[in-house]
Each structure stands twice: as C-alpha cells, then as structure tokens.
Design a protein around this ligand. Structure first.
Ligand code: SF4
Length: 424
C-alpha cells in the first residue's frame, strides 16, 4: 500500500478523536481550480498551543489495526474497515515533509493496540524520539498514551511529547465494562496519576533550576542548569457522549473529579458518532451536537467561573443540561433569588454568575469601579451583550423591571432545540 493510501486510511481513522478536532464546518477545496486552499485535507487538524496560538497538526494513527473490541470504535477488531499501518520512519518523514512545507506545526499521534499495550506504546514513543533526537524536531507533539503500557514507557513518552492524553472513554465504570470490556478504568486512573506526578516533578525541577540560576552580569546571559521537561502542556482526556445512557450530571461529575484529582488541562467531549456495522448495544442516532457544545460550556463554567458540577446539572433537573439555553443562563433563571447583582458592590464570584459577563469583562468592571460608580453605559463600552446582562444587574442609573425567571423573554426567546449537524 502506498503512503498516500495509508495516509487516507489512518488520518480518516483518527478523526473520531476530538482532542484536537475542528469538525462541524462545510467541506471546501480548490480541486476544481477555483479558489485556494482546502479545509478537508487528510489528517490536518487544529489545536491550541500552551500560549493560546491556534496550530495545525498532522493527526494520524500509527495503525488502525486494534486487538481490542470497544463497541463504539470504528477501529475495533471486529470492525469491517480497510486497515493500514505506518512504519515509524513513514510517520517521521510525513511529519517532517508537512512541516517543511509549512502545512503543520506539529503531530498528533494515536494508535490501535497491536500485539500488546507495551509494544504499541514503544512504537508511538519511538516516533517522537526519532523526531526529537535524530531530527531535532521542535514542533508540537501530542501523543495518545495507552494506559495499560508500562510506567517506564509513559515516562519516556512525556520526555518527548508536549502533551499526553489518556482517554477515559466513558463517564462511568459500568459504561466502560459494557462497551469497552478490555479497558480497565483503574489502570486509566493509575496512569493519569503517574503522569500527574511526573508533570509536577518536572515543574518542581524547573522552578528549582530557575532559583539556582546565577545572578546575571550586565550583558551576560546566565547559564542555567537545564530542567528535565515532561509533557509541558499537561495531560488531557476524552469522554464519549451519548454512546451509553450516562446523563450530563454524571459526565460533569466525572470531569470535576478528573480535574480535581489529576489536574487535567482539558476534558474533551466527543459526541458519539454512529459507525458502520455498529453493535446493537449502541444507539442508532448521534446525540444532538448541541449537547456536546453545552457540556463544553458547562466545563468552562467549572474551570473558570467557580461553578460546581452539581450546581450546573442539579439532581432535580433530570440530569440533563438544557439544549435551548446555555448552562449559565439556565442557572441564573433557576436562581432568581440571587439577582439582581449590584455592579458597584458585588464580589467577583457573584459578578461571574451574571449571564453575558465573561471573566475579562468582570475584571475590567472591578478595575473601573475603583475610581467611579458604574453605569449601564459602561457595559456597552465593554461590548458585552447588554440585553442579556441588564435584566440581572443593578447599576448607578439602572434597575431591572422585574424578576428574571423561566417566564422571562430571555428564556422564552430561546430557539427550539437545534438539530444534529453532520459530524464529518
Ligand atoms: S483500544 Fe482504542 S483503538 Fe482499540 S478498539 Fe478501543 S478505542 Fe478503538
């Protein structure tokens, strides 16, 4: 099989991994001689670097052969799909070629499990080693790690990769046992804990090295002991949404536990996408893509706005996030007793609960109110959606007309539940 054919199979097989997906757009290309560029190229996806830049990655599998039989996965052993496998040098060359042509800034590499978890992980790590040590590759590398691989191999992976990820796959142990019986939830968490320790150790060493650096003389760069690097961009995971009966409350509770216990950089939510020849244990339809979107919004609220998982999807809500309104507005509508919030007096954590006010806007309001009383016009200057904010706040010249609850136009004006768009 030639390299192009392998690339077509192994890039396509990698698209189900959402950790750096850019799905949902309309496919465009310039094959007919019109226009320039394509958003449909094999294996190029977008991700965010630790400094916030959007970067393009070559996203491929080393192989889509897999000896496991996870029911939701197109690469499972019982799946009837064309198979391919890259040699280590082929992935290295592809990465370098794409990089030199300025098509990518890094590599996202995952793999089906062949022979054994250790053998597969060795191959994945070897790609990163060759790139880093033999070609001095300085681009971004994200390696998908196999939780059952030996701790030594995971440690080695972290030396070469910017980011490591281990997929938690499903929100509950029962879901994992039913749909991915060969996967071991305890091993997944053990490996995440190990990665956390290595990341913390490396950061500690970097801090110590910085402190031990000699004071610099004018015009002389201080020589620093080089700290060992380990997955400097942290670790992430992915959870499949809608493949089992788990509700949003249990998905968010699992995410909160993962963030708390292993300080993950990100949990990615991937709406289950029906696959060819699927098992009868799987739903026939994908969940609405907006459910995935609401989970990302809720995740953001937990990480940056101080919400607890149980507040966003409380026990009485049936465990599901509203598809019509975003989770922050849904919380505000369910808690009219907390509003209106006084822009001139409220603490930061309360301002962060106002629908339409983001973290940056709140910090700018806090800064501005040191010098004067805030008025409704100050919100306009911040370019926040005032129609959303004003019903929930009091300012020097503004007081909302009445209580905002589920009967308010903001709630009633929400659109009907959106329909599922094509995933790929
Ligand atoms: S181990 Fe990974 S690649 Fe293999 S079947 Fe399960 S999810 Fe798919």
């Amino acid at each position: 099989m030639d390299l192009n054919a392998k690339l077509a199979i192994l890039a396509d097989a990698a698209k189900y991994d959402a950790s750096c997906a850019s799905s949902g757009g309309t496919a465009r290309d310039s094959l007919a001689g019109r226009g320039i560029g394509s958003n449909d190229g094999m294996g190029i996806c977008h991700s965010y670097a630790p400094d916030g830049r959007c970067i393009s990655l070559l996203k491929v599998l080393l192989t889509n052969f897999c000896q496991y039989d996870c029911l939701y996965c197109v690469n499972r052993v019982s799946s009837n799909v064309p198979r391919a496998r890259f040699a280590i040098d082929e992935v290295v060359q592809l990465t370098l070629d794409f990089y030199r042509r300025n098509c990518i800034e890094g590599l996202f590499l995952s793999s089906g499990i062949i022979r054994s978890p250790d053998y597969t992980m060795e191959q994945v790590v070897e790609v990163a080693r060759v790139l880093r040590e033999e070609h001095d590759f300085r681009g971004y590398i994200h390696l998908k790690s196999i939780p059952e691989a030996s701790p030594e191999l995971l440690h080695k992976a972290g030396r070469y990769a910017d980011r490591l990820s281990i997929n938690i796959e499903l929100p509950t142990e029962q879901g994992l046992a039913r749909l991915a019986p060969e996967k071991d939830g305890a091993a997944i968490r053990r490996s995440m804990a190990r990665l956390r320790l290595h990341i913390d150790d490396a950061r500690g060493e970097a801090r110590d090295a910085a402190r031990a650096a000699p004071a610099s003389l004018p015009g002389v760069r201080p020589t620093r002991a080089r700290a060992r690097s380990f997955a400097a961009a942290g670790q992430s995971t992915q959870m499949i949404v809608g493949a089992d009966a788990s509700d949003d409350a249990s998905i968010l509770a699992t995410s909160a536990q993962l963030y708390g216990a292993y300080r993950l950089k990100r949990v990615y939510y991937s709406a289950f996408s029906p696959i060819p020849d699927a098992s009868s244990s799987l739903p026939l339809q994908a969940p609405p893509l907006v459910r995935e979107h609401r989970l990302y919004q809720a995740d953001w609220l937990m990480r940056f706005y101080g919400y607890e998982a149980g507040e966003i999807a409380p026990p009485g809500s049936g465990g599901m996030l509203s598809l019509q309104v975003d989770p922050k507005l849904a919380w505000a509508l369910a808690h009219p007793e907390c509003f209106p919030v006084d822009l001139n007096l409220a603490p930061r954590e309360l301002l962060l609960r106002v629908p339409g006010l983001g973290v940056k806007a709140v910090d700018r309001l806090l800064l501005a109110r040191r010098g004067r009383r805030l008025r409704a016009d100050d919100l306009k200057r911040l370019r926040v959606p005032t129609h959303k904010v004003l019903p929930f706040v009091v300012a020097a010249d503004h007081r909302p007309a009445g209580v905002v609850d589920a009967r308010h136009p903001l709630a009633l004006g929400a659109k009907a539940a959106p329909q599922q768009a094509a995933l790929f």
